[in-house]
Write a protein that binds this ligand. Structure first.
Ligand code: NDP
Length: 302
């Protein structure tokens, strides 16, 4: 089969030798204007999608597909598969645990004190004193939920459909979940119904001095509302990995805010060593004429 690799963020020179070794009978190419059977895409150069009518599968190299879906040139009728990369899932849970523990053990506040040479202890909480709310209990949210529960945190999770996960209280009603939460982790896909979900109304429902961790997409957070909540003291800290405009512009008030910790969309990077097997699995399915795994539901938008 002919397989196109097109990405402005993922490095072809890194991926192609791994892909070629895993799929020796297939022909890989980058960016040329010729037809293909499968396209492997993440942030493809402008005009790429318009050329993919009739392709058997577009395989995303990322877990989030909001950018591909938002592109008006997406070729209607071509199936789109998400990449469910075990290395990326593990990395995301590590990032979530790191932020939850940073806040839970007051390290955010101790860092601020250190800058003032100040020696003062804060009250200790047990993990079981804290409820961590997770928006989205999909591939990423459910793994983070399981690992937080294993550390002894109470875990609540919000999804469209109810879930049965050991140690996780499942909610489909956000207003019922938020008042229980000391920390809120956003791991939702960005869709019209989740855009702006971390807003003033919802932040006000959290327990006082909570933390917010957004590792999903910038569009989930209403930044003005978040800053107001931090400035009022209601929100204790915000860990932000993703932004509406990336890189985050130097003029953004988020950079210098003492209540905000910023990471550069690095909570979980695609890990070729674990992702290749998943891509191979879907390419082989296409070759055999079978339905690929992890297809996006275009109506739901994720
Ligand atoms: P999944 O599609 O596996 O899970 C999505 C979850 O969100 C599901 O539980 C789903 O509910 C729930 N959901 C979707 N819409 C709604 C809604 N309107 N109301 C309530 N719940 C909703 O996604 P993943 O876990 O794989 O990934 C989540 C997001 O993480 C990605 O879309 C991407 O944007 C982001 N991401 C960020 C990275 C980073 O480095 N910062 C890296 C990788 C991903 P249900 O189960 O009922 O369908």
């Amino acid at each position: 089969m002919d397989i196109l690799f097109a990405s402005e963020t993922e490095k072809a020179e890194f991926w192609l030798p791994l892909l070629q070794r895993a799929l020796p009978q297939d022909r890989f190419f980058v960016g040329e204007e010729r037809s293909c059977d499968v396209a492997l895409l993440a942030t493809p150069p402008a005009g790429t999608l318009a050329r993919l009518k009739g392709v058997k599968l577009i395989q995303s190299l990322w877990m989030g597909v909001d950018k591909l879906l938002a592109d008006p040139e997406y070729p209607r009728g071509v199936p789109l598969a998400r990449l469910i990369d075990p290395g990326m899932v593990a990395a995301m849970s590590e990032s979530v645990l790191a932020h939850v523990l940073d806040w839970h053990r007051h390290h955010d506040r101790y860092r601020a004190q250190q800058a003032r040479s100040e020696w003062r202890r804060f009250k200790q909480y047990l993990a079981s004193d804290r409820t961590i709310g997770i928006l989205g209990l999909g591939e990423l949210g459910s793994d983070a939920a399981r690992k937080l529960a294993a550390l002894g945190f109470r875990v609540a999770g919000y999804s469209r459909r109810p879930k049965q996960l050991a140690g996780v209280q499942s909610f489909t009603d956000l207003d019922a979940m938020l008042p229980l939460c000391n920390a809120l982790v956003c791991l939702l896909p960005l869709t019209p119904s989740t855009r702006g979900i971390v807003n003033g109304k919802n932040l006000a429902l959290l327990k006082p001095h909570s933390c917010v961790i957004n590792v999903a997409r910038g569009g989930h957070v209403v930044v003005g509302d978040l800053l107001k909540s931090l400035d009022s003291g209601h929100l204790g800290h915000a860990y932000l990995d993703v932004f509406d405009s990336e890189p985050l512009p130097p003029a953004s008030p988020l950079w210098k805010h003492p209540g905000v910790t910023i990471t550069p969309h690095s909570a979980a990077l695609t890990e070729p060593r674990t992702a290749i097997a998943k891509i191979v699995e879907n390419v082989e399915r296409v070759r055999r004429g079978e339905t690929p795994l992890y297809l996006v539901d275009f109506d739901a938008g994720y």
